[in-house]
Every structure is written in C-alpha cells, then in structure tokens.
Write a protein that binds this ligand. Structure first.
Ligand code: PA5
Length: 447
C-alpha cells in the first residue's frame, strides 16, 4: 500500500462510537458510487478508468509526447480548472515546482489559459520568442473563455512561425469526443485530438489524456501512474470503512463537519505539494460546495505557512480540521552543516538530516494543533513517485465522491460556476444577453 490513513491525532475529537454510528451511512454512499445509482451517475467513468482506459489512445499519448519532446523547447498547456490543475500538480509533485529550471532532456512546460491576466499572457509570449513551441489545448466544452482566448493567441503564434502545415504538427487538442466545437474545428484543421471521456468530469480527469499528455511530456512514467491508480482501485473495493481508507476518510470528514468543523485544511510539508493542494481544493470545493452545504477546502504548505496562517490555525476560530499529507521518503538527502561560530545556537542539530528536522516539525505541529483544538487526519505516502501519485489521485477522487453523497449533494456537477460566466458575458456584450446587461449596468452604476 502506497498510502496509509492514520487517525490517532483525532483522539478526543472523534470517538469510536461516532465512527461506528456513521459506518452504515458511509457504506451506503460507497455503494451508490459503485452501483451508479446516485445523483450524477453519468460521470462515474473515473471509477473504473484505471483498468478500462483506452489503451490505443494511451499509446498515442506516448507517441505524441515523444514527438513534442524531440521538436520542442517549450510545451504550452492551455486549460483551466479540471483541464489544468491535475497535470500541473503531477509535474510539480513528481518532478519539481522548479521543473522548468532543472537540467533535463524534456521541454519546459508552461500553463496558459487559466486566468485572464494580460501580464501572464504577455510574459509567456515573450518567453516563447525564438523557441520551438508545441501547444496542448485542453477543454472539454471547447468554449471556456480563458483557454479559448489563449488558444487564439498561440494558434496564431504557431501558424505565423511554422505555417499551417507546421502548426498542424505542433498543436494537440484534448476535448470532447464528438459534441464540442473544438473537436469539429480540430478535425477540419487536421490537429491531433485526444478525448475527455463523456463520463469523466473535468476535476476527475487527471488520469485521462487531460493530464497524461502533459505529464508524459515532462518525462513522467504514465504506466506507473496508471498502475498506482489501478492498485488503489483494487485496494478500495470494500464498503466497510474498517477495510477501506477512502471510505474512512470520507466518514471522518463528515463526522468532523457535523461537529462544526466546516473548514478542512490540506497540509503539506514540501513546496512540491502546493499544486497538489490546488488540485485537491478544486476537487473537493466543486464537488461538495453546493445547496448551502460542504466543507470549505483550504490549504497550506508548512513550515512556510506556520509563519503566517499557523497563528490562525493554532488560536483562531475553532471551526477547522487539518488533513496532513506526509511523504515518508523525501527522495533526496541533505545533512545540516556544523558552524564553528554557532551564532544561531543550532549546533545541536548539526549533522542531522534536514528531512528529520522537517518530520520533527510535523510531529511538533500535529501535537500543538491538537492541543489548540484542531483535529488532524494524517495521510502517509511512501514517496513522491508516479505510482504513488496515481494511487493518491484515486484515493482522493473516491473519498470525494463518497463524502459528497454523505453530505447529500451531487458530487459531479458544478451549477454555481455558471453564475459569474453569465454576468461576464452580459457585461461584455455577448449577443442574447442584452436585457441582463441593462440590469447589471444599472446595478454597477448605483452609488
Ligand atoms: O471540473 C470541472 O468540470 C471544471 O473545472 C472544468 O474542468 C473547467 O471549467 C474547464 O472546463 P472545460 O474543460 O470545458 O474548458
């Protein structure tokens, strides 16, 4: 098992009686996921994906990645939300948050189309100058504003630089199988396309072409990643929370939520977990936050944030709990040097491994936060390999679906995302939104 759930830092916050009282409800929620009888069951493709993924497409992903690695200095990955976060989380977790600065034989990877920032776009355009570029645009709907604008820009950049024929060799499109406008356009333009399966929603799609193509371009072993997910799928095959840590995590979160702990903070002790945290926040936030329900997903990276949000967590409102992800093997070793002068008084840790100090900081913080009234769930990972990443993704996705059903929401829709979009389209003057524009303009004009 690449992942272990540890609940000893919940002592005094969650009782054995509470766990056994909720176990039937948790098992029922798990059965809804497995049987496809719950709400949103059209989007359960991720449940069996680690086994029944499209093997031909998987092989095409590897070929495309090899081509990109050979002919490109830079891969620009265009997408937002579920069409962006998983790939970035994987590359940072498995390779490094400084991936682009590492010595490597794979292209730099930049992410575009995940904001509407002029600065971000113009900076990336200038980074691309004089470099060989490929583009992977990822959008299930094909009509999301942020990636669509970025795709216009990079499509033109590639066509101007390489001509229509050359651009065709360098633009890869990941989208809906047949319905979306992007699919039709790509087929007409002759771009190679990959599929976001109909039955997999954006935030559950990292183990499809959405995540796998950029991840493979970074030189990450996607076979190992799928194997990790596959092993997790087999491991988490019981509805009994005593035999299934994903169900147990879902149950513990729901007990805590019912006890007033309505904010969950995902905690990492490594900078390479920052984007994993972002991916997790989207997964849980979009899946659970609806119908005036949900646990608010927040995140921190310690020890960095112990010097900022640490104060709040220790002594602020007592409505939160933490889920700490501990990576046992740091993958590198560094020993703290001795300093003759000992100005900082730290010679008592000279010769100790830096990771030992990091892990000690974690233990110290777990106890301090417990003492401050903050329950902690601990998730222990063997390492930061592709295999473990795949395993962890499956664990979090399954737990999220089970937890969502326990909360009484449909974990697979995101109706609330539309509200800002409608307003934005109206204010921007999209045809068909004229009446709405008048109303919004009047509200904005009010003193
Ligand atoms: O999880 C989701 O469904 C969303 O975050 C989408 O991934 C995001 O809105 C992007 O949508 P699309 O892939 O259609 O451009």
């Amino acid at each position: 098992m690449a992942l272990k759930l540890i609940d000893k830092f919940l002592n005094g916050f969650v009782s054995a009686d509470e766990i056994s009282a909720i176990s039937k409800e948790a098992a029922d929620a798990y059965d809804l996921v497995k049987s496809g009888k719950g709400e949103g069951s059209d989007f359960l493709g991720w449940v069996t994906l680690p086994e029944d993924y499209d093997k031909d497409e998987f092989a095409r992903i590897k070929v495309a990645a090899e081509k990109i690695k050979k002919n490109s200095d830079i891969l620009v990955v265009i997408g937002i939300g579920g069409s962006y976060l998983g790939a970035r989380a994987a590359i940072e977790f498995i390779k490094s948050p400084l991936y682009n600065n590492l010595k490597k034989d794979t292209p730099d990877i930049y992410f575009a189309g995940n904001n509407i920032s002029t600065t971000a776009l113009t900076e990336l355009i200038s980074i691309c100058e004089g470099k060989d570029i490929s583009v992977n645009v990822i959008s299930k709907s094909g009509t999301t504003t942020e990636p669509a604008v970025a795709f216009r820009v990079f499509k033109k950049m590639l066509t101007d630089k390489y001509g229509a024929e050359g651009a065709r060799e360098r633009i890869f499109v990941t989208t809906d199988k047949c319905r979306g406008t992007l699919k039709q356009f790509s087929d007409e333009a002759g771009f190679e396309t990959f599929v976001v399966p109909d039955n997999v929603g954006g935030r559950y799609s990292v183990l499809t072409a959405v995540g796998l193509l950029p991840i493979a371009c970074a030189g990450i072993d996607i076979d190992a990643m799928m194997q990790g997910a596959n092993d997790a799928m087999k491991e988490y095959s019981s509805s009994d929370l005593n035999k299934n840590d994903a169900v147990k995590y879902a149950a513990l979160r729901n007990i805590l939520e019912r006890n007033g702990k309505v904010t969950e903070i995902l905690v990492g002790y490594e900078p390479y977990m920052l984007m994993l945290n972002e991916w997790w926040k989207q997964l849980y936030g979009e899946s659970e936050g609806k119908d005036n329900k949900g646990i608010f997903p927040a995140s921190v990276v310690f020890s960095t944030d112990l010097h900022s949000l640490g104060q709040y967590i220790q002594e602020g409102q007592r409505n939160l709990f933490e889920t700490v992800v501990n990576v046992k093997n740091p993958g590198a070793e560094f020993v703290i040097p001795n300093d003759e002068a000992n100005v900082d008084g730290l010679n008592f840790i000279s010769g100790k491994k830096l990771d030992y100090v990091n892990k000690t900081a974690m233990l110290a913080t777990l106890i301090a936060h417990n003492d401050g009234g903050v329950p902690n769930i601990l998730i222990e990972l063997d390492d930061r390999s592709a295999y473990t990443f795949g395993y962890l993704v499956y664990f979090f996705e399954l737990a999220c679906a089970v937890s969502g059903y326990m909360l009484g929401v449909n974990p697979f829709n995101q109706p609330g995302v539309e509200a800002y979009k409608k307003n934005m389209f109206a204010l921007l003057g999209k045809p068909g939104y004229e009446e709405m524009k008048k109303e919004l303009d009047a509200r904005i004009a009010k003193d």
